[in-house]
Ligand binder design. Sequence first.
Ligand code: PGA
Ligand code: ZN
Length: 374
Amino acid sequence: MRVRKVLDSRARWTVELDMKAHDRWVRASVPAGKSKGRHEAVSLPIDESLKRVERLKRSIVGRDFKDQKDFDRTLGHLAGERKEKLGVDLTLAASIAFYKLRRRRIISLPTPMFNVINGGLHAGNFLAVQEFMVVPRKFERFSEKLEAGVRIYLALKEKLEKRFGRGATNVGDEGGFAPPLEKTEEALGLLEEVVGELGLLDRVSLSIDCAASSYFDGKAYAMDGRKMDRGEYIDHLSMLAKDFHLFSVEDPLHEEDFEGFAEFLSKVDSRVVGDDLTVTSIDRVLRAHNARSVNAVLIKPNQVGTVSEAEEVMRFCDRMGWTWIISHRSGETTDPFIARFAAFNGAPFIKAGAPARGERVSKYNELLRMEELL
Ligand code: PGA
Ligand code: ZN
């Protein structure tokens, strides 16, 4: 096993780990979020992570593990409940590398959710909502969905440039444009216009990730030039969800408000997705289930620290009839792991940013390659 530090897409050092078994080397690196949930597993500074490599080696090198669960259990004992003793980056890099050593079968390819307009903490504009996504749902093949995403992305670029000048096509952390818009409605309207002009309205849905903790100050939600209390805000957001037939709304309320999520869910037809709320933790997901807060869950392996724990949450969602979305982080590497993880688990959806920038397209391109094998 070898471990080193490498850079992610935001000039942050992260862990890259090489692992060898039966004369075959595999490599894994891990991403990092910016709009992180308070209950995510613990990330350590890179030098602290590297100091723990010897401890990790002593527990795994030369040992035989029955399967992924067995390996991840050992990692869990070593790392602690919130992965604080090894740090989530080192823990997950080892778990992913082990996962890559096994040959697996593709179950199905996910529908991509392309984040084409960036706001919130991911962009330097005034949009409160963090992600505006297009979801090409009604196409047969992954490659057709990808083509649709590309056409929308490029048409949006042209429109932004014409309407606001070239500065409007600068991109945010996930490769989506960061135009000088202020209102949620303007961004959704623009997307609807572009999708309509391409004649794709009946095949492509819109989705948003509010990441609402980032504009909640403990009392009010600041959005669209207003400060709203919880009730006003839920009314406002559910109206937007209805007006634009949003397929899904992620983190509509701040990350501790299980009841607010439930109230919002009861008012809309959209999928209501937990991300910062549920942090890929089975305990938080069960709480969301008891409170009827969500009917969909985001799966981010680095919120929890091992592949097996992420899979446990997926299986729970399947049993509940909930949808689930495998997700990248805003600070990514070019490791295409989540694409393969999605295909091997039959994920309904994947969220990996815009169809642009190397660290985003590495995932989409991997899915294209996998389509050849079907
Ligand atoms: P993050 O954002 O990677 O910065 O946490 C992604 C998301 O909120 O879905
Ligand atoms: Zn999110």
